[in-house]
Design a protein around this ligand. Sequence first.
Ligand code: TRP
Length: 443
Amino acid sequence: MREEWGSRAGFILATIGAAVGLGNIWRFAYIAGENGGAVFLFVYLLFVALIGLPLVIAELALGRRGASDAVAAFAASAAGSLWRHAGWIGVVAAVAILSYYAVVAGWALRYFAGALTGALWREAGAGYGAFFEGFIAGSAEPMLYQAVMLALAALVVAAGVKGGIERINLWIMPLLAAIVCGLAIHALLLPGSARGVGFLFTPDWSALGRPALYLNALGQAFFSLGVGMAVFVTYGGYLGSQTGIPRSAATVVIGDTAFALVAGLAVFPAVFALGGDPAAGPRLAFITFPQILLDMPAGRIVGTVFFLLLSAAALTSMISLLEVAVAVLVARTGWSRPRATAIVAAALFLLGMPSALGYGTLRGWTLAGQPLLDAIDHLVSNFLLPLSGLCIALFVGWRLRAAEAVSAADLAGSAVAPAWLWLLRIGAPLTILVILLRSAGLF
Ligand code: TRP
Protein backbone atom coordinates (compact mmCIF):
# COMPACT_ATOMS: atom_id res chain seq x y z
CA MET A 1 0.00 0.00 0.00
CA ARG A 2 1.12 3.52 -0.75
CA GLU A 3 2.50 5.39 2.26
CA GLU A 4 0.73 8.53 3.47
CA TRP A 5 1.42 11.24 6.02
CA GLY A 6 -0.19 10.57 9.37
CA SER A 7 -1.46 14.11 9.94
CA ARG A 8 -1.63 17.49 8.28
CA ALA A 9 0.69 18.95 10.92
CA GLY A 10 3.15 16.14 10.27
CA PHE A 11 3.15 16.84 6.54
CA ILE A 12 3.55 20.61 7.04
CA LEU A 13 6.39 20.24 9.54
CA ALA A 14 8.20 17.69 7.37
CA THR A 15 7.86 20.00 4.37
CA ILE A 16 9.07 23.02 6.33
CA GLY A 17 11.87 20.75 7.54
CA ALA A 18 12.84 20.12 3.91
CA ALA A 19 12.77 23.83 3.15
CA VAL A 20 14.59 25.03 6.26
CA GLY A 21 18.20 24.01 6.13
CA LEU A 22 21.72 25.20 5.54
CA GLY A 23 20.14 27.47 2.94
CA ASN A 24 18.39 29.54 5.60
CA ILE A 25 21.30 29.93 7.97
CA TRP A 26 24.67 29.34 6.30
CA ARG A 27 23.78 30.24 2.72
CA PHE A 28 21.26 33.05 3.33
CA ALA A 29 23.59 34.90 5.69
CA TYR A 30 26.57 34.90 3.37
CA ILE A 31 24.69 35.47 0.11
CA ALA A 32 22.78 38.37 1.67
CA GLY A 33 26.06 39.63 3.10
CA GLU A 34 27.80 39.53 -0.24
CA ASN A 35 24.92 41.09 -2.12
CA GLY A 36 24.31 44.16 -0.06
CA GLY A 37 21.89 43.02 2.64
CA ALA A 38 18.54 44.81 2.47
CA VAL A 39 18.35 45.25 -1.32
CA PHE A 40 19.07 41.59 -1.73
CA LEU A 41 16.32 40.82 0.75
CA PHE A 42 13.83 42.90 -1.22
CA VAL A 43 14.53 41.15 -4.55
CA TYR A 44 14.65 37.80 -2.77
CA LEU A 45 11.20 38.29 -1.22
CA LEU A 46 9.80 39.29 -4.59
CA PHE A 47 11.11 36.09 -6.20
CA VAL A 48 9.88 33.97 -3.31
CA ALA A 49 6.34 35.33 -3.66
CA LEU A 50 6.05 35.48 -7.44
CA ILE A 51 8.09 32.48 -8.53
CA GLY A 52 8.70 30.32 -5.46
CA LEU A 53 5.16 30.09 -4.11
CA PRO A 54 3.48 29.28 -7.46
CA LEU A 55 6.12 26.60 -8.05
CA VAL A 56 5.68 25.02 -4.64
CA ILE A 57 1.94 24.82 -5.32
CA ALA A 58 2.63 23.32 -8.75
CA GLU A 59 5.07 20.71 -7.38
CA LEU A 60 2.72 19.63 -4.59
CA ALA A 61 -0.20 19.43 -7.01
CA LEU A 62 1.78 17.37 -9.50
CA GLY A 63 2.95 15.06 -6.74
CA ARG A 64 -0.44 14.45 -5.16
CA ARG A 65 -2.00 13.94 -8.58
CA GLY A 66 0.61 11.30 -9.47
CA ALA A 67 0.50 9.66 -6.02
CA SER A 68 3.92 8.21 -6.82
CA ASP A 69 7.58 9.16 -7.05
CA ALA A 70 8.86 12.23 -8.89
CA VAL A 71 9.69 10.47 -12.16
CA ALA A 72 6.37 8.68 -12.37
CA ALA A 73 4.44 11.83 -11.47
CA PHE A 74 5.64 13.49 -14.67
CA ALA A 75 5.34 10.36 -16.76
CA ALA A 76 1.72 9.81 -15.70
CA SER A 77 0.70 13.12 -17.20
CA ALA A 78 2.84 12.99 -20.32
CA ALA A 79 2.67 9.57 -21.92
CA GLY A 80 4.19 9.56 -25.37
CA SER A 81 5.92 12.92 -25.18
CA LEU A 82 9.44 13.89 -24.22
CA TRP A 83 7.98 15.50 -21.11
CA ARG A 84 7.68 12.07 -19.53
CA HIS A 85 11.39 12.20 -18.74
CA ALA A 86 11.24 15.65 -17.10
CA GLY A 87 11.06 14.23 -13.58
CA TRP A 88 14.63 12.99 -13.91
CA ILE A 89 15.97 16.55 -13.94
CA GLY A 90 14.81 17.05 -10.39
CA VAL A 91 16.16 13.69 -9.26
CA VAL A 92 19.58 14.42 -10.76
CA ALA A 93 19.57 17.86 -9.17
CA ALA A 94 18.62 16.40 -5.78
CA VAL A 95 21.48 13.93 -5.94
CA ALA A 96 23.92 16.63 -7.07
CA ILE A 97 22.93 18.94 -4.19
CA LEU A 98 22.96 16.20 -1.60
CA SER A 99 26.49 15.18 -2.62
CA TYR A 100 28.02 18.44 -1.38
CA TYR A 101 25.26 19.37 1.07
CA ALA A 102 26.25 16.37 3.20
CA VAL A 103 29.80 17.73 3.34
CA VAL A 104 28.74 21.15 4.65
CA ALA A 105 26.31 19.45 7.04
CA GLY A 106 29.31 17.46 8.25
CA TRP A 107 31.21 20.67 8.97
CA ALA A 108 28.28 21.82 11.10
CA LEU A 109 28.28 18.53 12.98
CA ARG A 110 32.04 18.77 13.54
CA TYR A 111 31.60 22.21 15.06
CA PHE A 112 28.71 21.04 17.20
CA ALA A 113 30.68 18.06 18.48
CA GLY A 114 33.65 20.34 19.22
CA ALA A 115 31.46 22.86 21.00
CA LEU A 116 29.89 20.15 23.15
CA THR A 117 33.23 18.83 24.36
CA GLY A 118 34.62 22.34 24.63
CA ALA A 119 37.48 21.50 22.29
CA LEU A 120 36.18 23.96 19.71
CA TRP A 121 36.96 26.90 21.98
CA ARG A 122 40.45 25.70 22.84
CA GLU A 123 41.45 24.71 19.34
CA ALA A 124 41.07 28.18 17.95
CA GLY A 125 44.31 29.55 19.28
CA ALA A 126 45.32 30.84 15.88
CA GLY A 127 41.80 32.00 15.04
CA TYR A 128 38.95 30.18 13.35
CA GLY A 129 40.30 30.98 9.91
CA ALA A 130 43.28 28.73 10.49
CA PHE A 131 41.16 26.20 12.38
CA PHE A 132 38.57 25.89 9.63
CA GLU A 133 41.10 25.80 6.80
CA GLY A 134 43.03 23.14 8.68
CA PHE A 135 39.90 21.05 9.26
CA ILE A 136 38.62 21.10 5.68
CA ALA A 137 42.13 20.58 4.32
CA GLY A 138 42.22 17.22 6.10
CA SER A 139 40.85 14.22 4.32
CA ALA A 140 39.72 11.68 6.89
CA GLU A 141 37.87 14.07 9.21
CA PRO A 142 35.62 15.89 6.73
CA MET A 143 34.70 12.54 5.18
CA LEU A 144 33.98 11.01 8.56
CA TYR A 145 31.48 13.74 9.46
CA GLN A 146 29.98 13.68 5.96
CA ALA A 147 29.44 9.94 6.41
CA VAL A 148 27.85 10.37 9.85
CA MET A 149 25.35 12.92 8.53
CA LEU A 150 24.48 10.67 5.58
CA ALA A 151 24.05 7.72 7.90
CA LEU A 152 21.72 9.68 10.20
CA ALA A 153 19.57 10.81 7.26
CA ALA A 154 19.53 7.27 5.91
CA LEU A 155 18.34 5.84 9.24
CA VAL A 156 15.36 8.20 9.22
CA VAL A 157 14.46 7.61 5.57
CA ALA A 158 14.78 3.84 5.99
CA ALA A 159 12.19 4.01 8.79
CA GLY A 160 9.56 5.24 6.32
CA VAL A 161 7.48 8.31 5.60
CA LYS A 162 5.27 8.28 8.68
CA GLY A 163 7.46 6.33 11.08
CA GLY A 164 10.71 8.09 10.13
CA ILE A 165 10.45 11.36 8.22
CA GLU A 166 7.25 12.64 9.81
CA ARG A 167 8.13 11.50 13.30
CA ILE A 168 11.54 13.19 13.44
CA ASN A 169 10.28 16.46 11.98
CA LEU A 170 7.45 16.63 14.50
CA TRP A 171 9.94 17.11 17.28
CA ILE A 172 12.94 18.69 15.56
CA MET A 173 11.11 21.56 13.86
CA PRO A 174 9.48 23.13 16.96
CA LEU A 175 12.86 22.83 18.69
CA LEU A 176 14.59 24.61 15.80
CA ALA A 177 12.05 27.42 15.85
CA ALA A 178 12.63 27.94 19.57
CA ILE A 179 16.42 27.89 19.15
CA VAL A 180 16.54 30.36 16.28
CA CYS A 181 14.21 32.79 18.09
CA GLY A 182 16.30 32.53 21.25
CA LEU A 183 19.52 33.20 19.31
CA ALA A 184 17.97 36.23 17.59
CA ILE A 185 16.79 37.73 20.87
CA HIS A 186 20.22 37.23 22.36
CA ALA A 187 21.88 38.91 19.35
CA LEU A 188 19.45 41.84 19.38
CA LEU A 189 20.30 42.53 23.02
CA LEU A 190 24.00 42.97 22.20
CA PRO A 191 25.24 46.55 22.29
CA GLY A 192 25.67 47.81 18.73
CA SER A 193 23.21 45.31 17.26
CA ALA A 194 21.31 48.09 15.46
CA ARG A 195 23.86 48.19 12.64
CA GLY A 196 23.26 44.54 11.87
CA VAL A 197 19.51 45.11 11.79
CA GLY A 198 20.06 48.13 9.54
CA PHE A 199 22.22 46.05 7.21
CA LEU A 200 19.36 43.61 6.77
CA PHE A 201 16.52 46.13 6.55
CA THR A 202 17.82 49.49 5.25
CA PRO A 203 18.17 49.20 1.49
CA ASP A 204 20.73 50.95 -0.66
CA TRP A 205 18.67 51.08 -3.84
CA SER A 206 21.62 51.83 -6.09
CA ALA A 207 22.60 48.17 -5.79
CA LEU A 208 19.53 47.29 -7.90
CA GLY A 209 21.64 48.03 -10.99
CA ARG A 210 23.87 45.00 -10.42
CA PRO A 211 22.79 42.01 -12.52
CA ALA A 212 24.52 39.50 -10.25
CA LEU A 213 22.05 40.50 -7.53
CA TYR A 214 19.16 38.99 -9.48
CA LEU A 215 20.88 35.72 -10.29
CA ASN A 216 21.97 35.29 -6.70
CA ALA A 217 18.54 36.18 -5.32
CA LEU A 218 16.84 33.76 -7.70
CA GLY A 219 19.30 30.97 -6.92
CA GLN A 220 18.89 31.56 -3.19
CA ALA A 221 15.08 31.56 -3.46
CA PHE A 222 15.16 28.19 -5.22
CA PHE A 223 17.73 26.71 -2.88
CA SER A 224 16.17 27.91 0.34
CA LEU A 225 12.61 26.92 -0.55
CA GLY A 226 13.86 23.67 -2.00
CA VAL A 227 12.01 24.01 -5.29
CA GLY A 228 13.18 22.55 -8.55
CA MET A 229 14.35 19.27 -7.09
CA ALA A 230 11.24 17.22 -6.94
CA VAL A 231 11.15 17.35 -3.14
CA PHE A 232 7.62 18.75 -3.09
CA VAL A 233 6.55 16.42 -5.89
CA THR A 234 7.77 13.53 -3.77
CA TYR A 235 6.29 14.79 -0.48
CA GLY A 236 3.05 15.69 -2.32
CA GLY A 237 2.89 12.08 -3.45
CA TYR A 238 2.16 11.03 0.14
CA LEU A 239 -0.60 13.61 0.56
CA GLY A 240 -4.28 12.74 0.87
CA SER A 241 -6.97 14.83 -0.77
CA GLN A 242 -8.18 16.36 2.49
CA THR A 243 -5.20 18.71 2.83
CA GLY A 244 -5.57 21.97 0.90
CA ILE A 245 -2.53 22.66 -1.26
CA PRO A 246 -2.48 26.48 -1.55
CA ARG A 247 -2.66 26.98 2.19
CA SER A 248 -0.05 24.33 2.88
CA ALA A 249 2.28 25.83 0.28
CA ALA A 250 1.83 29.33 1.72
CA THR A 251 2.57 28.03 5.22
CA VAL A 252 5.75 26.36 4.04
CA VAL A 253 6.93 29.40 2.07
CA ILE A 254 6.19 31.82 4.90
CA GLY A 255 7.79 29.48 7.43
CA ASP A 256 10.95 29.17 5.35
CA THR A 257 11.22 32.91 4.80
CA ALA A 258 10.57 33.75 8.43
CA PHE A 259 13.24 31.26 9.43
CA ALA A 260 15.84 32.87 7.16
CA LEU A 261 14.97 36.34 8.48
CA VAL A 262 15.18 35.33 12.12
CA ALA A 263 18.44 33.47 11.44
CA GLY A 264 19.73 36.64 9.79
CA LEU A 265 18.78 38.52 12.95
CA ALA A 266 20.79 36.02 14.95
CA VAL A 267 23.89 36.38 12.77
CA PHE A 268 24.20 39.97 11.50
CA PRO A 269 23.79 41.92 14.76
CA ALA A 270 26.55 39.78 16.25
CA VAL A 271 28.73 40.22 13.17
CA PHE A 272 28.37 44.00 13.29
CA ALA A 273 28.46 44.36 17.06
CA LEU A 274 31.87 42.73 17.12
CA GLY A 275 33.27 44.19 13.91
CA GLY A 276 33.09 41.19 11.56
CA ASP A 277 32.76 41.38 7.78
CA PRO A 278 29.24 40.50 6.59
CA ALA A 279 30.60 39.71 3.10
CA ALA A 280 32.89 36.94 4.34
CA GLY A 281 31.37 34.39 1.94
CA PRO A 282 30.69 30.70 2.60
CA ARG A 283 32.99 30.91 5.60
CA LEU A 284 30.76 33.38 7.47
CA ALA A 285 29.10 30.74 9.62
CA PHE A 286 32.27 28.75 10.24
CA ILE A 287 34.92 31.41 10.72
CA THR A 288 33.53 34.89 11.29
CA PHE A 289 30.69 33.82 13.51
CA PRO A 290 32.56 31.49 15.90
CA GLN A 291 35.31 34.07 16.17
CA ILE A 292 32.71 36.53 17.37
CA LEU A 293 31.30 34.02 19.83
CA LEU A 294 34.64 33.77 21.61
CA ASP A 295 34.38 37.40 22.71
CA MET A 296 30.69 37.40 23.47
CA PRO A 297 28.96 36.98 26.82
CA ALA A 298 27.62 33.41 26.92
CA GLY A 299 29.23 32.93 23.51
CA ARG A 300 30.05 29.29 24.08
CA ILE A 301 26.50 28.40 24.93
CA VAL A 302 25.26 30.40 21.96
CA GLY A 303 27.78 28.63 19.74
CA THR A 304 26.84 25.16 20.90
CA VAL A 305 23.17 25.87 20.31
CA PHE A 306 23.89 27.54 16.95
CA PHE A 307 25.77 24.54 15.58
CA LEU A 308 23.12 22.18 16.91
CA LEU A 309 20.60 24.27 14.99
CA LEU A 310 22.72 24.17 11.85
CA SER A 311 23.26 20.40 12.02
CA ALA A 312 19.63 19.55 12.77
CA ALA A 313 18.27 21.89 10.09
CA ALA A 314 20.68 20.33 7.60
CA LEU A 315 19.57 16.84 8.61
CA THR A 316 15.88 17.41 7.91
CA SER A 317 16.75 18.81 4.47
CA MET A 318 19.09 15.93 3.68
CA ILE A 319 16.23 13.60 4.55
CA SER A 320 14.01 15.24 1.94
CA LEU A 321 16.67 15.10 -0.76
CA LEU A 322 17.45 11.49 0.04
CA GLU A 323 13.76 10.57 -0.06
CA VAL A 324 13.49 11.88 -3.64
CA ALA A 325 16.03 9.37 -4.90
CA VAL A 326 14.92 6.53 -2.61
CA ALA A 327 11.27 6.84 -3.71
CA VAL A 328 12.30 6.60 -7.37
CA LEU A 329 14.56 3.62 -6.74
CA VAL A 330 11.99 1.71 -4.69
CA ALA A 331 9.34 2.26 -7.37
CA ARG A 332 11.62 1.16 -10.22
CA THR A 333 13.40 -1.80 -8.63
CA GLY A 334 10.95 -3.12 -6.10
CA TRP A 335 13.75 -3.14 -3.52
CA SER A 336 12.80 -2.66 0.10
CA ARG A 337 13.02 0.89 1.42
CA PRO A 338 15.95 0.15 3.79
CA ARG A 339 17.93 -1.53 1.03
CA ALA A 340 17.33 1.27 -1.49
CA THR A 341 18.22 3.85 1.18
CA ALA A 342 21.49 2.15 2.06
CA ILE A 343 22.50 1.97 -1.60
CA VAL A 344 21.65 5.61 -2.35
CA ALA A 345 23.43 6.81 0.78
CA ALA A 346 26.57 4.83 -0.06
CA ALA A 347 26.54 6.16 -3.63
CA LEU A 348 26.13 9.70 -2.30
CA PHE A 349 29.10 9.28 -0.02
CA LEU A 350 31.26 8.41 -3.01
CA LEU A 351 29.78 11.19 -5.14
CA GLY A 352 30.46 13.70 -2.40
CA MET A 353 34.07 12.69 -1.89
CA PRO A 354 35.47 15.15 -4.44
CA SER A 355 33.59 17.95 -2.64
CA ALA A 356 34.84 16.78 0.75
CA LEU A 357 38.43 16.56 -0.46
CA GLY A 358 38.31 19.68 -2.60
CA TYR A 359 40.07 21.88 -0.05
CA GLY A 360 42.72 19.34 0.81
CA THR A 361 43.93 16.35 -1.16
CA LEU A 362 42.17 17.53 -4.32
CA ARG A 363 43.03 21.19 -3.90
CA GLY A 364 44.50 21.23 -7.41
CA TRP A 365 41.12 20.36 -8.96
CA THR A 366 39.16 23.53 -9.50
CA LEU A 367 36.17 24.38 -11.63
CA ALA A 368 36.00 27.91 -13.02
CA GLY A 369 38.75 28.84 -10.56
CA GLN A 370 36.73 27.72 -7.53
CA PRO A 371 37.07 24.75 -5.18
CA LEU A 372 34.83 21.90 -6.34
CA LEU A 373 32.20 22.33 -3.63
CA ASP A 374 31.78 26.05 -4.23
CA ALA A 375 31.65 25.54 -7.99
CA ILE A 376 29.07 22.74 -7.85
CA ASP A 377 26.92 24.75 -5.44
CA HIS A 378 27.00 27.75 -7.74
CA LEU A 379 26.22 25.70 -10.85
CA VAL A 380 23.40 23.71 -9.30
CA SER A 381 21.75 26.58 -7.40
CA ASN A 382 22.03 29.24 -10.04
CA PHE A 383 21.51 27.16 -13.19
CA LEU A 384 20.18 23.65 -12.64
CA LEU A 385 17.52 24.61 -10.07
CA PRO A 386 16.15 27.50 -12.14
CA LEU A 387 16.12 25.31 -15.25
CA SER A 388 14.31 22.58 -13.43
CA GLY A 389 11.87 25.16 -12.02
CA LEU A 390 11.32 26.40 -15.55
CA CYS A 391 10.37 22.88 -16.65
CA ILE A 392 7.91 22.45 -13.81
CA ALA A 393 6.28 25.80 -14.55
CA LEU A 394 5.94 24.99 -18.25
CA PHE A 395 4.76 21.45 -17.57
CA VAL A 396 2.00 22.38 -15.15
CA GLY A 397 1.20 25.63 -16.96
CA TRP A 398 1.03 24.37 -20.53
CA ARG A 399 1.20 20.60 -20.73
CA LEU A 400 -1.65 19.90 -18.28
CA ARG A 401 -5.04 21.18 -19.32
CA ALA A 402 -5.84 24.37 -17.41
CA ALA A 403 -8.85 22.85 -15.67
CA GLU A 404 -6.81 19.83 -14.63
CA ALA A 405 -3.95 21.90 -13.26
CA VAL A 406 -6.24 24.23 -11.36
CA SER A 407 -8.21 21.42 -9.80
CA ALA A 408 -5.06 19.43 -8.93
CA ALA A 409 -3.93 22.50 -6.98
CA ASP A 410 -7.27 22.87 -5.17
CA LEU A 411 -7.75 26.22 -6.89
CA ALA A 412 -10.94 25.43 -8.84
CA GLY A 413 -13.31 28.38 -8.58
CA SER A 414 -10.76 30.45 -6.72
CA ALA A 415 -10.07 34.04 -7.69
CA VAL A 416 -6.31 33.49 -7.59
CA ALA A 417 -6.40 30.58 -10.05
CA PRO A 418 -5.78 32.74 -13.16
CA ALA A 419 -2.94 34.60 -11.43
CA TRP A 420 -1.32 31.30 -10.46
CA LEU A 421 -1.71 29.84 -13.92
CA TRP A 422 -0.31 32.86 -15.73
CA LEU A 423 2.59 33.19 -13.33
CA LEU A 424 3.44 29.58 -14.22
CA ARG A 425 2.83 30.04 -17.93
CA ILE A 426 4.54 33.37 -18.56
CA GLY A 427 5.69 35.21 -15.45
CA ALA A 428 8.02 32.68 -13.88
CA PRO A 429 9.46 31.23 -17.12
CA LEU A 430 10.17 34.65 -18.58
CA THR A 431 11.83 35.94 -15.42
CA ILE A 432 13.94 32.80 -15.09
CA LEU A 433 14.97 32.88 -18.75
CA VAL A 434 15.91 36.55 -18.73
CA ILE A 435 18.05 36.10 -15.62
CA LEU A 436 19.72 32.95 -16.94
CA LEU A 437 20.52 34.43 -20.36
CA ARG A 438 21.75 37.62 -18.81
CA SER A 439 24.06 35.71 -16.44
CA ALA A 440 25.33 33.61 -19.31
CA GLY A 441 26.36 36.93 -20.84
CA LEU A 442 24.01 36.62 -23.81
CA PHE A 443 22.87 40.25 -23.62
N1 TRP B 1 16.00 23.98 1.20
C1 TRP B 1 17.10 23.38 1.88
C2 TRP B 1 17.95 24.47 2.52
O1 TRP B 1 17.54 25.59 2.59
C3 TRP B 1 17.95 22.53 1.00
C4 TRP B 1 17.12 21.64 0.19
C5 TRP B 1 16.37 20.62 0.64
C6 TRP B 1 16.88 21.79 -1.16
N2 TRP B 1 15.66 20.11 -0.39
C7 TRP B 1 15.96 20.81 -1.51
C8 TRP B 1 17.34 22.67 -2.09
C9 TRP B 1 15.49 20.72 -2.78
C10 TRP B 1 16.88 22.57 -3.39
C11 TRP B 1 15.95 21.62 -3.71
O2 TRP B 1 19.03 24.22 2.98
